[in-house]
Design a protein around this ligand. Sequence first.
Ligand code: PXL
Length: 277
Amino acid sequence: MKRVITLQDISCVGKCSLTAAIPVLSCLGMETSVLPTALLSTHTAFESFITYDLSDKIKDISAQLKKNNMRFDAIYTGYLGSTEQIEEISWFIDEFREQDTLVVIDPAMADDGILYSGLPRDFVIYMRPLIKKADVIIPNLTEACLLLGKDYREPGDFSGEEIAGMLHKLSDMGPERVVITGIHFSDDSMGAMSYDRTCDKVSSAVNTKHNGRYLGTGDIFSSVVTGCLMDGQTIGEASKHAVDFVNRCIEETEGDPDKRWYGVDFESCLGELREYI
Ligand code: PXL
């Protein structure tokens, strides 16, 4: 069984980051190890929350993992809550990466043109050197614009050619495979576009467009991509599975508008992930 370690926060309530990544990766047949980077009472979209930053624990925990000769087939990072944390994670990658380790970075920091609440304005300056270390990155359209220093516009204003150009430029920054999520293909369809530099191929993954923001779907998307890549799939296949799975999770949640910001009801769809591997 392949062992993935995922480094991201955990919220006591609210479905995102580790509480989404663990079940998804486990269902995709991965042994899922974790290194929690922060403990929150709820995710940051709730009105009031408290965060315990665990950045200063990363080196101590890593030292114990090393003593036990722990090795990982993949290192997958998600939401990171501070610039110090980015530096710790960068150190972790250098420490644990081996020749065949897949490094997947979801530069989770923004959505709908704005940075997540609580993150410093210069966060992207620290994120750029981190993505250099990745084999795969999975930004949404807002994060892709931030990484490229490009002005954000509404998703419908980007053409397929422009997104393809952005995929190439992001790959030039380091990662061999890039997925941009939250692409609008038409008034009623959306999905992701991906690029694989090893075969110079751009692929599109399309499904139904749903209105509104559903929190945590980016974390589910990246977890499905990571699991499917570890299963030996191409970035195009992995992205298609992630687009389809997120679409199913949104369908399950759509009936209850309060759930959008709480986190999608992925639980009732988890079994469907088995069809992807
Ligand atoms: O889904 C991204 C995410 C992860 N972790 C925390 C968040 C968010 C988005 O708001 O608040 C704590």
